[in-house]
Design a protein around this ligand. Structure first.
Ligand SMILES: [Zn+2]
Length: 224
């Protein structure tokens, strides 16, 4: 790549390329790029993505194809989505907001949500400032840790039902992190607040969008 872009002699650029795994994830931390950030997956992500996008594509096509690609990634991970949509989702625990999640989310997202629910039980809560600031400390070393660190601070506005966790998972993946879910348990939440329901991850919206994408794609092909 350095030779292709005539940068082989630039020591700084060479070093940046070598260290890209350290700063690229940090740079994109707040960017919505669901479930595709692990290094092991990035290779397949790149090769798969090439199937969806051509060099001559316009930005508009690029974005549309990217959305299709996301759909497909989640499909591959959860091949039984259409089948399982008809079944009653399996509850992991007995909390009201979990039932709410089972009702609204697609099976794929609900499965990821359940993992967060389970991980949430590994955390203890320390109140720093009532209804404003909480510290979540991991007390159990579970498998497949998404974050190495043990302590996370969550800023809260109880009246507005706003929760900002420094892990930034919601901004990236569009689902709540285990730290915020742990606080939902703490506060006896019955439902997931509206502001934390990303429409594209809901059953209802997803089916409508998939239909729309197919029509858009067929329309675009027929024009060519
Ligand atoms: Zn978090």
């Amino acid at each position: 790549m350095l030779e292709k872009h005539s940068c082989a002699k630039h020591a700084h650029i060479k070093r940046m390329l070598e260290n890209r795994q350290y700063f690229v994830p940090a740079y994109y931390q707040q960017v919505f790029c669901p479930f595709t950030r692990s290094t092991s997956r990035s290779e397949s992500f790149n090769s798969n993505f090439k199937d969806y996008v051509l060099r001559k594509d316009t930005i508009e096509t690029f974005i549309r194809q990217y959305e299709l690609f996301q759909e497909s990634v989640i499909h591959i991970e959860n091949k039984d989505r259409f089948l399982s949509n008809e079944k009653v989702p399996i509850m992991w625990g007995y909390q009201q907001f979990e039932r709410h999640a089972a009702e609204i989310y697609t099976r794929a997202i609900y499965t990821k949500f359940l993992t967060e629910m389970m991980n949430a039980t590994a955390f203890g809560v320390r109140e720093i400032e009532k209804d404003k600031k909480y510290e979540l400390k991991r007390n159990f070393e579970y498998e497949n840790l998404e974050f190495d660190r043990e302590i996370f601070t969550v800023h809260v506005d109880r009246a507005a039902e706003q929760f900002d966790c420094e892990c930034g998972k919601f901004d990236r993946d569009g689902i709540l992190c285990c730290h915020i879910l742990r606080l939902f348990t703490q506060f006896d939440y019955l439902k997931i607040p509206e502001r934390y329901i990303v429409a594209r991850w809901t059953r209802e919206f997803r089916e409508i969008q998939l239909r729309k994408h197919k029509i858009d794609l067929l329309g675009a092909q027929s024009e060519d």
